[in-house]
Design a binder for this molecule. Sequence first.
Ligand SMILES: O=C(O)CCC(=O)C(=O)O
Ligand SMILES: [Fe+2]
Length: 220
Amino acid sequence: MDSKTPVKSDSSSESLYETITDDLVRQGYSINPEALPPSLAKALYQQVLELNQAEFDTAGIGRQQAHTVDTRVRTDEICWINGSTNTGQNWLNWAGGLREYINSQLFLGLFSFESHFAHYGPGDFYKRHLDAFKGESNRLLSLVVYLNPEWEEEDKGELVLYRDEHDMTGIKVSPTFGTVVAFLSEDFPHEVLPAKRDRYSIAGWYRLNNSIGNRIDPPR
Ligand SMILES: O=C(O)CCC(=O)C(=O)O
Ligand SMILES: [Fe+2]
């Protein structure tokens, strides 16, 4: 796969954007098995394999000053995607296309997007958590994409998405290659179960504009 191949917002991306948007309106989350354009998924997988160990950081919890590393909560490693490679840029363009589509349909005012590769080694996990707390963050929408070719059910490592704080069963999503999951960051607790193999993904968040976020939802 030539990583310079541009990934345009083709008709298959358009229909995926539409499905995600409709699902978000109906139920607040969207699960799309093996839906990312394959050329983009392959290039991203290649890229994550090429990242050398030094480029991954132990993942922490919270932002800026509140950032701490707590291995009771999560044990994965992450690497932020900044668009310095063609593949990184293609990914950001694809995620930007989704942002524009959602904004044009729902007037949510999603403003920016940030994302990182994540590597969970065998046995790694991320305990049940919310990606954002009401009134405390401007993360509105979470997006996760999986980069695991030939993932079998017995490899485990599912994402469990809980419908609300009372839900103890949840919906299990196997992290198969190209699966795309989106959910409202403040509404869906979720966790990552330990896997038997190396598990690669991208996790990203769409934010509201800080100043607008602060005006309509002032920090307490
Ligand atoms: O990799 C996943 O399935 C989800 C990761 C996650 O919840 C996070 O990074 O906040
Ligand atoms: Fe999360």
